[in-house]
Design a protein around this ligand. Structure first.
Ligand code: ASP
Length: 416
């Protein structure tokens, strides 16, 4: 990561941008593709293995309900932190008016496509999100990385059917899935050998891509700081408390040390789905979470639990309202809480996944979505940071669930 950043800075200052983009960036893309490539089969196999390994259906429903409950609670806390900060700091009030027109022109065009997608979404039945969760064709679902939720639904149904049948009948499939699981884990090991080079390339290219937009930081500085502060509070205040509440003796230092590789990968790839293989590995081997729990809680979390994203969405929505001089009432802020919660569930774990969903948050309280053009320019670094938070949140919840299920190896997280 550091060498990538340094190379990026050298490239910007010594005219090596073209070489970096043409010869180094592709390696980053290849690495990212390899990770995404493994995401769909990994989610399917690990879920089926995790659920069909449970003793019975009631075990699944109790773990499922607990997981959903904790995910919703952590997301609500994250949104509240975001709203409190943005109302206290008021970053939108200092935004220079002349920059508004400039950014509108620069980034407004790229909004059209996203706007159309969001409008389609808004016109649908309120139940459409449930309809969308159920695939009509499993092969089509597996060809689209943003349809992970459909794969999860299919995997859960498939595994439940396996649980309901006599063990002898499903044994061949069970063995098959076990063996595929081992193969996928080996594949991940192979891909991760290239991680240092991939991460180097991703970061070098990022610095070069971003160098033109540095002055954006000046105008948007306070907004940027507000989001970073929100994310920081979630990670260093909220998660430790959340974890302590359930796992008394846990040392957050150990927790952090255990998941740092996943956080670094989340930071470099901006995708919690692409980071899943490493999150799974770290959580089971370093935090002591049982495989059975991790392989259920994490794939679900990657698709529906996004604390960093939801905190950011709340801040971004109110920031844009402030820039446009719109005063949001308490009721409207409450609507932001609810829509940001739904939006973070619907956000796919891919780079920039939350932008389309942010449009829905904005429209729900009548904030002009053109305002999005103001923040798009510096979205990437914020995306990297909120993805780190998303992954940390999933890891915290999986640790807590493991503890409540008596499936946590406490020696890993506690002092001897
Ligand atoms: N990039 C984020 C993730 O993968 C989603 C987002 O906030 O855009 O978790």
């Amino acid at each position: 990561m550091v060498i990538g950043l340094i190379w990026g800075l050298i490239a910007v200052n010594f005219n090596l941008e073209e070489i970096t983009i043409r010869w180094i960036k592709p390696w980053g893309t290849i690495f990212l593709n390899l990770l995404k490539l493994i995401a769909v089969p990994l989610i399917f196999v690990s879920l089926v293995k995790g659920i069909s390994g449970l003793r019975n259906i009631s075990k699944l429903s109790s773990m499922g309900l607990k997981t959903l409950g904790l995910y919703v609670i952590s997301t609500l806390v994250a949104i509240t932190i975001g709203l409190l900060l943005v109302n206290a700091i008021k970053p939108g009030n200092t935004f220079p008016a002349e920059k508004q027109a400039e950014y509108q022109e620069k980034f407004g065009a790229s909004l059209f496509e996203k706007q159309a997608a969001a409008e389609d979404f808004a016109e649908q039945s309120p139940l459409q999100f449930i309809v969308d969760m159920v695939p009509e064709n499993i092969f089509m679902a597996t060809t689209d990385n943003s349809k992970m939720l459909q794969i999860i639904v299919f995997a859960i149904l498939f595994a439940i059917a396996m649980l309901l049948l006599p063990a002898k009948t499903v044994e061949p499939v069970k063995n098959f899935i076990d063996s595929i699981n081992d193969i996928i884990l080996k594949l991940i090991d192979m891909i991760m050998i290239t991680a240092p080079y991939g991460v180097f390339a991703l970061l070098a290219a990022l610095v070069v891509d971003f160098s033109g937009d540095v002055d954006l930081f000046k105008a948007l500085g306070l907004y940027f700081v507000t989001v970073v502060l929100g994310l920081l509070i979630i990670v260093v205040v909220f998660y430790p408390l959340f974890l302590k509440l359930f796992v008394r003796k846990a040392k957050f230092r150990k927790f952090f040390k255990g998941i740092i590789p996943a956080q670094m990968l989340a930071f470099s790839t901006s995708s919690s789905a692409a980071t899943l293989p490493v999150t799974l590995k770290q959580v089971t081997s370093e935090l002591g979470v049982d495989k059975e729990v991790a392989s259920f809680v994490l794939p679900v979390g990657v698709t529906i639990n996004m604390d960093g994203t939801s905190c950011y969405q709340a801040i971004a929505a109110v920031f844009i309202a402030q820039v446009f001089g719109i005063d949001l009432s308490f009721g409207q802020q409450l609507i932001i809480v609810l829509t940001a919660l739904m939006a973070s569930i619907g956000t796919p774990g891919v780079p920039g996944g939350s932008i389309v969903m942010l449009i829905i948050v904005l429209t729900s309280v009548g904030i002009p979505i053109e305002g999005l053009a103001l923040i798009l320019g510096i979205d990437r670094p914020l995306d990297m940071l909120r993805t780190v938070v998303n992954v940390t949140g999933d890891s915290s919840v999986s640790t807590i669930i493991a503890k409540t299920e008596n499936k946590l190896d406490l020696s890993k997280l506690c002092d001897k």
